[in-house]
Design a protein around this ligand. Structure first.
Ligand code: AMP
Ligand code: ZN
Length: 468
């Protein structure tokens, strides 16, 4: 299996540190808001990487953090007049709901930065002892960037070029030795959460948390470290500087980065107002569609989100689900334990599509080509699996098909749950039926919704609904 390594800028054969095991760390979101569909891209992609390794028989230890201490969280807490933990706990819970909707498996461990402060203080102390960090008089601790000779090796940046980029920026605090130095620990400001430390009451910088959590839950040397491409510099570069200065050996063997998700051809950002949360999308689509849409492109290609592409993803996914339905129905009714001669040949063809799918995934997780192979399989199964097929053929073909769907995280058992938009459309139809004095239809809709656990309440402001 080949993986593109940002460090070497080429595809490399994957060789695990320990046979049969994969240790991977993926930088998780900062929890001050509902996650947006950009955040969903690394979640969905790296979950698929994990699933593919599992499919290949690896035992995967998958760690992904929640950054629950950060300026943006503190700001949101101040605006609401609540403790920062109220904000972070709320959005961790919401993020987990979105992950479930997208069928992203919970990580083996989801560490929280605020629960790992002791480890961060230990690592900062070690960096100071080794001469890689220094504290200044207000208690800020900086990493001495130039001391780490290999700084810039991941982002392929040269220290002197970086230095010139800083020319215009005034060094904050007279005592900072070099503009390139970054913060490991900073003093608290009024009203901010803080922890005791040998340097001052304060809180950690962002980069140190991942070095510490990765080491604690996966060990000093890991197989894969992942995240969105915006994290290459400075976040991952700084993680390398911290971790390798302490351990003296490579931090991660493979660095994987997903490209960005844009929206209607533009960068998605709050200032442009084209920001979409996963929750927004869930009101109109099953989040399975969002997942399928994300995987329809190669992870290193920028991906554009648009209504048209989501509709196309919905239709494509539907073809897969229809095939799954048919296989399920026929598996229940078919008989015959032995493959016919033709079926033996057909099964070879099915396995050929499976090989094609695996070849695509082995080539740097090319989910786009893997999906194309899956569609070839669907087309073939649609013609070769019939009422006349033996249980042996239906069973074997179906098992292969379901395994490949599962790697992509496609849930083939249809959910009965209604989407918000479906519910609202039915309510509208009921309102119209009542206007038309078609009481039978109105009652029928109410009963139909109730059966799915949706309770309607007629109020003066209109019809309200809730999930029972
Ligand atoms: P953040 O909460 O900003 O630290 O982001 C969490 C993860 O989402 C990181 O891996 C980011 O690289 C990734 N990410 C943020 N925005 C996008 C985007 N528009 N497209 C793809 N990945 C993104
Ligand atoms: Zn990180």
């Amino acid at each position: 299996m080949k993986i593109y390594n940002t460090m070497s800028k080429r595809k490399e054969e994957f060789v695990p540190i320990e046979e049969g095991k994969v240790r991977m760390y993926v930088c998780g979101p900062t929890v001050y808001n509902l996650i947006h569909i950009g955040n969903a891209r690394p979640m969905i992609f790296f979950d698929t990487v994990r699933r593919y390794f599992m499919y290949k028989g690896y035992d995967v230890n998958f760690v992904s953090n929640f950054t629950d201490v950060d300026d943006k969280i503190i700001k949101a807490a101040q605006e609401e007049g609540v403790d920062a933990s109220v904000i972070s706990e709320r959005y961790i819970a919401e993020c987990k709901k979105d992950m479930e909707g997208m069928n992203v498996m919970p990580a083996t461990t989801h560490p929280l930065a605020t629960q790992e402060i002791g480890g961060m203080i230990d690592m900062i102390r070690e960096l100071i002892d080794k001469g890689f960090a220094y504290a200044v008089s207000d208690g800020t601790v900086y990493y001495r960037t130039r001391k780490f000779r290999e700084y810039g090796k991941l982002s392929h940046k040269n220290l002197d070029d970086l230095q010139s980029g800083f020319r215009e920026i005034k060094v904050t605090g007279e005592e900072k030795e070099d503009p390139l130095d970054f913060v490991l620990w900073k003093p608290k400001k009024e009203g901010e959460p803080f922890w005791e430390s040998p340097w001052c009451q304060g809180r950690p910088g962002w980069h140190i948390e991942c070095s510490v959590m990765s080491k604690k839950y996966l060990g000093e040397e890991i197989d894969i470290h992942g995240g969105g491409e915006d994290l290459i510099f400075p976040h991952h570069e700084n993680e390398i500087a911290q971790s390798e200065a302490c351990s003296g050996h490579p931090f991660a063997h493979y660095w994987m980065h997903n490209a960005f998700l844009n929206i209607d051809g533009q960068k998605m950002s709050k200032s442009l107002g084209n920001f979409r949360t996963v929750r927004d999308i869930s009101e109109h689509y099953d989040l399975q569609v969002l997942r399928f849409f994300m995987l329809s492109a190669h992870y290193r290609s920028p991906l554009n989100f648009s209504a048209d592409l989501m509709e196309a993803a919905k239709n494509s996914l539907e073809r897969i689900l229809t095939c799954a339905d048919k296989l399920k129905d026929l598996a229940e009714t078919a008989a015959g334990e032995e493959l016919t001669e033709k079926e033996t040949e057909d099964l070879k063809t099915v396995i050929g599509f499976q090989d094609k799918y695996e070849a695509a995934m082995d080539d740097d997780l090319n989910t786009a080509d893997a999906i194309a192979a899956l569609f070839e399989m669907v087309k073939f199964l649609n013609t070769t699996v019939t009422e006349e097929s033996t249980a042996a053929y239906v069973g074997e073909a179906r098992a292969i098909f379901l395994k490949l769907c599962d790697v992509l995280g496609i849930i083939t058992d249809r959910k009965e749950e209604l989407l918000d938009s479906d519910i609202e459309a039915l309510i509208e139809e009921r309102t119209q039926a009542r206007k038309d004095r078609n009481w039978a239809r109105a009652d029928e809709i109410r009963a139909q919704l109730l059966e799915k656990g949706i309770v309607l309440e007629d109020t003066r402001e209109g019809v309200k609904w809730k999930r029972a």
